[in-house]
Design a binder for this molecule. Sequence first.
Ligand code: NDP
Ligand code: GDR
Length: 371
Amino acid sequence: MKKIALITGITGQDGAYLTELLLSKGYEVHGIKRRSSLFNTDRIDHLYQDPHESNVKLTLHYGDLSDSTNLIRIIQQVQPDEIYNLGAMSHVKVSFDTPEYTANADGIGTLRLLEAIRILGLEKKTKIYQASTSELYGLVQAVPQSETTPFYPRSPYAVAKMYAYWITVNYREAYGIFACNGILFNHESPLRGETFVTRKITRATSKIAMGLQDKLYLGNLDAQRDWGHAKDYVEAMYLILQQDEPTDYVIATGVTTRVREFVRMAFAEVGITLEFKGEGVDEKGYVVSCESPDFQVEIGKEVVAVDAKYFRPTEVELLIGDPTKSKTKLGWVPKYDLKMLVEDMMQADVNHFRKEKLLKESGYDIKNQFE
Ligand code: NDP
Ligand code: GDR
């Protein structure tokens, strides 16, 4: 029998990859998108199906995690077998600026979905996946971090996600809902939002290599993250809801890397070797050599600098996940390592900015500089 899935956050990075995956498995997919003054469906436009045609497999509904009545109505109409709650204000730094909104969307939003399942009497029919996060671990208590490592959230985002984590567990235990947390470590891709550090780096590196940008300003270069590819991680989300029993899983690669090293790897993709000198806010990255005839940047040029405005009031310094449970119980096997991830992201951004360079040379100046 054909399965029906409802995805919140369908317009985001993970929403796009998950939609592709579920459509490829024959699902009928419904997504909740927010009304926006500009189009916000770039990541899923290639999956668009004309709603006037018959046999449509992808349908979008206007909605918001802050609106209970809207969520109840959509779930009542769609009668999903599976809900993937990916919608969230997902930027850690921004959550310090919008803490109340973040709590509402990321914390109470999850409660609203769970309550909707209960109100509609769908406890035995509808399974729900909650997008939990390695940010829950926050201040290091132990490494590598597993399903049993204590939480110590370090941002309004992480605190909101901690509420969402526990309310998911509670509704599973109290009402027998098939509700699961995927505790996902950082995952990136060419579709990653432009202000997350990896994408900011791959975009800036491509632009610097093409002479479209002078310098990349970053915050904490020492932070260590366990970075995987979003394509691999949405497979895990799907697997989590296909098990016999509901439970929570860590999804991670088990390898951690500093932000500075990610920068080096990105520049290496365009044949540029960097050397970092100085410490803290005075640290800078200089070009040591340029091996590609396509990308020539002056030797000795300062291309990376630190700007304290990107520091967070409280930082998460070290994340490294232990994916043993997901590998053994789910049989989850990631296909990408960090080198392949950087290659994929750099290839996409270099291609993108090649086109932008051509436009610029033809007199069209493209702005999009806010970070
Ligand atoms: P994105 O920021 O790319 O996407 C977030 C999605 O949520 C977008 O579709 C956004 O809509 C939507 N959204 C934001 N606020 C609301 C709201 N109030 N109501 C409904 N929808 C809303 O995130 P990712 O795809 O990277 O992440 C998916 C989920 O996984 C998030 O919950 C995130 O917190 C979590 N997570 C992500 C990790 C990662 O490394 N990527 C790791 C662990 C957890 P719009 O497009 O209109 O902005
Ligand atoms: P994170 O991702 O906070 O881990 O949350 P992000 O890419 O924003 O930061 C990773 C690390 O890089 C440091 N950093 C910078 N970060 C940004 N954004 N911009 C910079 O200029 C910069 N310079 C250094 C940060 O301080 C941090 O240590 C992501 C989100 O997807 C969450 O939704 C998700 O839950 C977690 O990953 C797991």
